[in-house]
Design a protein around this ligand. Structure first.
Ligand SMILES: Nc1ncnc2c1ncn2[C@@H]1O[C@H](COP(=O)(O)OP(=O)(O)OP(=O)(O)O)[C@@H](O)[C@H]1O
Length: 327
């Protein structure tokens, strides 16, 4: 059970659960998300991220526990919750025939915003997401990144306290992801709102102040990206030498560190890989052809807590390019 009161927090859940038929999708979720942070819900496909987000946005009724957004109960006070949130869906829901400005004006009207005010709001939001220049063009002509920025602007029309984003940069190329994140960071700084996003991209997760790793409907661990990586601990060192089997033996006997020799070389884990490598080179007497030191990544954190590596939609493990290896 979270200790802060629901009113102090942007999002709080107490033992929240959702079962589809007899199949549990989210189990015993306890979350306490402070106001004004970027909170990431990181997990593989089918982990329960969208189900959680849908419950928090009042689109899906929980089958167990309670959830509060901005201090309001999502089941008992759905209108109060809806007044305080914005939502950016995973799939695009834009009318492609409208211009960017028309799309926002149309939605502002749906929300009942007076015409004069809506003109000002829409202009400010287009500016915020860098679409002022393109506001008169039909959405059909927009790139994936521009469409996503427009959807983010649309999610902000009601001046929400919490903006929920379901996989905000999935399907976008790495450069476009970076641009979207520049806008999200700016949005956070300028408006101080809480961003609550789901993702299975490690690169995206690195942008969050706090992360909860979810797998099979349950939270495995929660903390800042730096805390989570520090907890996992050691650097991985891979050495290629002229005699890998002999080098592995030396690492074990002289340095007291477990090491295995495989097709990619000698692999070992130490707390400070950058200090270990020169020491090994000086003492080994075996020529070292190459050495790679890799600090723990969020994928290592995921592996550590779930025993599996997080996977992309393509079904394979994330590559270094996917991960971006940002630390
Ligand atoms: N309407 C539904 N009816 C039955 N089962 C569902 C329904 N929606 C989701 N599920 C199941 O619940 C589990 C969690 O799904 P959910 O969509 O929340 O995962 P996710 O983490 O958002 O995955 P993704 O990254 O693919 O969107 C999955 O096993 C999924 O098959």
């Amino acid at each position: 059970m979270a200790t802060a009161t629901a009113e102090d927090l942007a999002v709080r859940t107490d033992d929240l659960g959702k079962t589809y038929g007899d199949r549990p999708a989210v189990i015993g979720l306890d979350l306490a998300v402070p106001r004004g942070v970027t909170f990431g819900f990181l997990g593989p496909n089918g982990a329960g991220k969208t189900t959680t987000l849908s419950m928090l946005c009042t689109l899906l009724r929980p089958t167990a526990g309670r959830a509060f957004v901005g201090g309001h109960d999502v089941v008992r006070e759905p209108h109060a919750v809806r007044e305080r949130i914005g939502l950016v869906f995973q799939e695009t829901t834009l009318d492609l025939d409208l211009t960017a400005r028309e799309a926002l004006r149309f939605h502002a009207e749906l929300f009942g915003t007076p015409w004069r005010q809506s003109r000002r709001t829409v202009a400010a939001l287009l500016e915020l997401v860098g679409l002022t220049e393109s506001q008169g063009r039909p959405v059909r002509e927009f790139s994936g990144g521009m469409r996503r920025r427009l959807e983010i602007a649309r999610g902000l029309l009601t001046a929400p306290q919490v903006l929920f984003l379901d996989e905000p940069t999935t399907g976008l190329d790495p450069q476009t992801r970076t641009v979207i994140w520049e806008h999200l960071h700016r949005l956070r700084e300028e408006r101080g709102i809480t961003l609550f996003l789901t993702t299975h991209h490690l690169e995206e997760a690195e942008n969050c102040d706090r992360l909860a790793i979810i797998d099979n409907g349950q939270i495995e661990v929660e903390g800042s990206p730096a805390e989570l990586k520090a907890e996992v601990g050691d650097d991985t060192v891979v050495l290629r030498t002229c005699d890998d089997a002999g080098a592995a033996l030396l690492v074990r006997e002289r340095f007291g560190v477990a090491a295995s020799s495989g097709p990619d070389g000698v692999r070992l884990s130490v707390s400070d890989g950058a200090a270990f490598v020169p020491k090994f080179c000086a003492e080994a007497g075996i020529p070292v052809l190459s050495a790679t030191v890799t600090p723990p990544s969020l994928d290592d954190v995921f592996l550590h807590h779930t025993g599996r590596t997080i996977r992309t939609e393509r079904g394979g493990p994330l590559t270094v390019d996917d991960v971006g290896r940002r630390r």
